[in-house]
Design a protein around this ligand. Structure first.
Ligand code: UDP
Length: 333
């Protein structure tokens, strides 16, 4: 990573944001984090060199001041709400936070001449797969307001690119998982809904059991298949996206996944091996809106960003998450 100006990281105290900040700092980058700490944790930014600003993305005066003071050369935008179910019952919350609030940020970028933007998008912008693995040309037909809010911001970014030379990379994450292998930072969501942490919470006895959502999917073992991408691989992809924009790269969408899918049952078996514990499981009905199979085609990430996942086996994701959950903080900040 060529070292240049300051980077503004919104949502940098969150799960993926904080792992990316650690990576950027290891590469010697100057980082300013803006986070309202609704879901983020101040402790997820232990590096004293990171400038932390507690505040909201939608606070135009604050955002303007940040641009005046720090003159960021690029923005990495992680701040967003990400509970799919909640987005269905409270869509306006999602459109306000994930779509309207970033407009304030983009207006400040336009005013201050900042032209590089890395966006945390999602495979949820594709909706139900019409083919797997999914590449970036897969039709985008999101099936919930969360996916729709991210897809709409991609459209906004494309239009800003045409109007005032904003260049952006839309990183469409598949299933983020795992933690810093050293156990310094990790995943701490409240409520926690994701499969791997739920399984490990059951292994620890923090919850009675984990429920498997559906065993009648058209997959070899009847449970859903997902492409689990390690958070440290996501972090390194952000570094590559930054290099790409600094080198003059044009606006593009890039999928981030391993290209391999694993079923819920496979993840459970691996978690039992990693933890050495038997995990209490209940088999329940399908969760609304879950497609049977989501697998990334990571070809463009390799070709355009020179990036490839290093942690290809879910064992390494589960192992690092277990270390975090059984470490000094016990999985909580
Ligand atoms: N899942 C499950 N039980 C849980 C949480 C998730 O069976 O308690 C399944 C879910 O149906 C999906 C996969 O695990 O097939 C991954 O779900 P997660 O919520 O982690 O991520 P998503 O795919 O929704 O982004």
């Amino acid at each position: 990573m060529a070292q240049q100006g300051t980077l503004l990281v919104t949502g940098g105290a969150g799960y993926i944001g904080s792992h990316t900040v650690a990576r950027l700092r290891a590469a010697g980058e100057k980082v300013v984090v803006l986070d309202n700490l609704v879901f983020g944790h101040r402790e997820a930014l232990p590096d004293p060199e990171v400038v932390f600003v507690e505040g909201d993305l939608a606070d135009a005066a604050l955002v303007d001041r940040l641009f005046f003071e720090h003159r960021p050369e690029a923005v990495l935008h992680f701040a967003a709400y990400a509970y799919v179910g909640e987005s269905v019952t409270d869509p306006l919350k999602y459109y306000r936070n994930n779509l309207a609030a970033p407009l304030v940020l983009l207006e400040a970028m336009q005013r201050h001449g900042c032209r590089r933007f890395i966006f945390s998008s999602t495979c949820a912008t594709y909706g139900d797969p019409v083919r797997v693995p999914m590449d970036e040309t897969h039709p985008q037909a999101p099936v919930n307001p969360y996916g729709a809010s991210k897809w709409m911001l991609e459209r906004v970014l494309a239009d800003c690119g045409r109007a005032w030379d904003l260049r952006s990379v839309w990183l469409r994450y598949f299933n983020a998982s795992g933690c810093d292998p050293e156990g310094r930072i990790g995943e701490d969501h409240d409520p926690e809904t994701h499969l791997i942490p739920r399984i490990l919470m059951a292994a620890k006895g923090e919850i009675d059991k984990v429920t498997v959502f559906g065993t009648d999917y058209p997959t070899p073992d009847g449970t859903c298949i997902r492409d689990y991408i390690h958070v440290c691989d996501l972090a390194s992809a952000h570094g590559r996206a930054l290099d790409y924009l600094r080198a003059g790269g044009a606006t593009t969408a890039v999928n981030l996944g391993t290209g391999r899918g694993f079923s819920v049952r496979e993840i459970l078996q691996t978690a039992e091996q990693v933890t050495g514990r038997s995990i209490p499981v209940e088999y329940g009905p399908r969760r609304a809106g879950d497609p049977s199979e989501l697998i990334c085609d990571p070809t463009r990430a390799r070709e355009v960003l020179g990036w490839e996942a290093e942690y290809k086996e879910p064992r390494s994701h589960i192992d690092s998450a277990w270390r975090w959950m059984t470490g000094p903080r016990g999985g909580r900040y």
